[in-house]
Design a protein around this ligand. Structure first.
Ligand code: KG4
Ligand code: ZN
Length: 340
């Protein structure tokens, strides 16, 4: 029997400092996440400089904890996987520098991972039978991509957002209605008490780009609605408002994912990224997949938002393909999926 492969994975692209140990790409031995959300909430969003400083404070402890919880030492590790883009450059550099230092000190291979490849790979952890090809809807605070996963590490982007990412729209609308940061989970919860058909918000279609998304028009429509109510002294029913907004986002995401799967003959759809933990999105896409005989895959909420286990899963498949990075690997804030 061949030997197990253990990856020590590190993620610090935004506001979570995370480290994990992952066995053979699919088995999580530890998954440690130190979140800065409470701190950034004070400012209504992520403050890059603060994020970098907090990553610096947390990174060594988080890595030590991940090794300890996995009951392994650096000697047992086969390779170091790390997110090197996209993300906040100062934040990325903290995790990347720690990974490079460990790789250098232990003489172990370094495998740089694209953050979105990590989100997509989160699906492999709890769905042991999932194999490419499949369609993946990646919806996070910074990205909204419809991706054809052709093989491990091989992607074709069919559509992307033209303006705001889905999570960004959730966060902006939440701020406008006084729900605070991060908006996604708060809107998700409040929408459960609202009528999603109460207000008809627009859904954008982009001519000639059937799989592209746009959420800025929807966001403006919500802001206009709020202004008009204030001008006319009409009390806003917040649960109805956020449920209607959420429904418009969910519909535009689900419609495109199903249409793409059918057009490209895919019988599997996976979702990934922070917004993939949204209850309404999960319910609707699951229902529509059933209606269309498509298998639906999703990670648990803790593996949807930023974590290092997903980076370990992605790094494993890159590692066995032979991907290795040098110690000159730099953080790339706008790294494109599929680029090396
Ligand atoms: O993937 P992630 O942790 O970080 C990025 O890579 O961007 O995603 C964070 C985003 C935030 O915009 C947050 O509001 C959104 O995911 N989010 C949600 C939910 N949980 C997190 N959006 C909608 N519903 C949720 N339950
Ligand atoms: Zn993310």
């Amino acid at each position: 029997m061949s030997k197990d492969t253990l990856i020590l994975a590190i993620e610090s692209s935004c506001d979570e400092t995370a480290a994990a140990v992952v066995k053979n790409g699919r088995e999580v031995l530890s998954n440690v996440i130190s979140s800065q959300i409470a701190l950034h909430t004070l400012y209504g969003g992520v403050v890059p400089e603060i994020a970098s400083r907090k990553h610096m404070e947390a990174i060594n402890q988080v890595i030590e904890q991940a090794l300890k919880e996995a009951k392994v030492t650096l000697d047992d590790i086969d390779a170091i996987g790390v997110t090197y883009g996209p993300g906040l450059v100062g934040a990325l550099l903290v995790g990347l520098t720690a990974a490079k230092a460990i790789a250098y000190a232990t003489d172990k291979p370094l495998v740089g991972v694209h953050h979105i490849e990590g989100h997509i790979s989160a699906n492999f952890i709890e769905n042991k039978e999932l194999e490419p090809p499949f369609m993946c809807l990646v919806v996070s605070g910074g990205h909204t991509h419809l991706v054809k996963v052709k093989d491990y590490g091989e992607y074709e982007i069919l559509g992307r957002t033209r303006d705001d990412a889905a999570g960004e729209a959730f966060d902006k609308v939440a701020r406008a209605v006084g729900l605070g940061y991060p908006g996604g989970p708060k809107i998700d919860k409040e929408a459960k008490n609202g009528n999603k058909h109460a207000i008809e918000f627009p859904r954008a279609n982009i001519e000639g780009a059937p799989y592209d998304f746009s959420f800025s028009g929807l966001k403006s429509a919500v802001l206009n609605y709020i202004n008009q109510c204030e001008m006319k002294n009409i009390e806003i029913n917040r649960p109805d408002l956020v449920a209607s907004f959420q429904n418009a986002v969910v519909e535009s995401l689900v419609t495109r994912a199903i249409k793409a799967a059918k057009e490209f003959g895919m019988d599997k759809i996976a979702i990934a990224g922070g917004v993939a933990s949204n209850t309404a999105l999960r319910e609707e896409i699951s229902k529509r997949c059933k209606e269309n005989n498509i298998e639906f895959y999703h990670p648990s909420p803790i593996l949807c938002t930023d974590n290092a286990a997903m980076i370990g899963a992605a790094a494993y498949y890159e590692y066995i393909k032979g991907t290795r990075h040098g110690l000159d690997l730099n953080a790339i804030p706008n790294l494109k999926l599929g680029e090396r």
